[in-house]
Design a protein around this ligand. Structure first.
Ligand code: MG
Length: 266
């Protein structure tokens, strides 16, 4: 782990003493959504627990731990985005769906989701600082299209991004090249002039690198205990991204304040 405020500068160091090739300026940054901008796993767990309490309250007589295990088993089979998980739980238990128990679970789930789906610290500040610099902002997510837009609207980010590419837009998941190509096409930016940040090294970093994008690993969102990210930079706080972009674009953060309210000169 690196202390907050520091980041690995492998990309620049590797090029020390070597021909850097044609100069590039970062004109677009592409964000993964879940566990990069928002702490998705924390939200999901809180929503599941709330739903279980809601179903028990409405008459589902089973211990909480047992219901949690059964919900997980359905998610393991069907994927974490499976929308009928509580319907299926009730069908397996009773052979039919009790509407009172289902409604109670879903209402509790939605309340908890709305309360718990929040941005990581400094995420909004980072997005606004990048937007102030005229950098285009994109999202590429493996989640279904409507779920992505629900999350963006819950986070009040629906107007901020210039391009949002979801699983349904290409039918392929990261690290396939298609979703990265599509977001860059919509942004109108070449891979070498762009940067990808994500929490899943095998998908976000590998996929973006294969196209020639620069890469940042969101170590703060890592749930896999990733040892070696393979990215150009690892960050422990998303705000470090602003400093990385300023350096790559030849801005001196020491003389040009990147703090909110500071002076920005291009
Ligand atoms: Mg992610």
């Amino acid at each position: 782990m690196h202390p907050p405020g520091r980041f690995m500068n492998r990309g620049l160091m590797d090029r020390a003493g070597q021909d850097p090739g044609p100069p590039s300026v970062i004109r677009a940054i592409v964000f993964d959504l879940d566990n990069t901008l928002t702490d998705f796993m924390r939200m999901k767990e809180a929503a599941i627990q709330a739903a279980i309490d809601g179903m028990i309250d409405a008459g589902f007589q089973r211990p909480r731990e047992e219901l949690r295990r059964r919900v997980q088993a359905i998610y393991d089979e069907r994927g974490l985005e499976f929308q009928r998980v509580f319907d299926e739980l009730l069908e397996r238990e009773f052979g039919e769906v009790d509407p009172k128990i289902l409604a109670s679970g879903i209402v509790s789930y939605r309340r908890a989701r709305a309360a718990e789906l929040v941005l990581y610290p400094h995420a909004l500040m980072t997005l606004l600082e990048l937007a102030k610099r005229g950098i285009k902002l994109g999202v590429v997510s493996d989640a279904p299209r409507f779920q992505v837009w629900l999350r963006l609207c819950t986070l009040s980010l629906q107007h901020l991004f210039d391009a949002v590419v979801t699983f349904d837009d290409t039918g392929e998941r990261k690290p396939a090249a298609a979703p990265f190509r599509e977001v860059l096409r919509r942004l109108g930016v070449e891979p070498k002039d762009s940067l990808m940040i994500g929490d899943w090294a095998e998908r976000d970093v590998v996929g973006a690198r294969s196209l020639g994008m620069r890469t940042v690993f969101a170590r703060y969102g890592d749930t896999f205990n990733t040892k070696e990210s393979g990215a150009d930079y690892d960050v422990n706080d998303v705000l470090e991204l602003v400093g990385i972009v300023d350096r790559l674009n030849g801005r001196d953060p020491a003389t040009e304040s990147s703090a909110p309210g500071g002076t920005h000169v291009r």
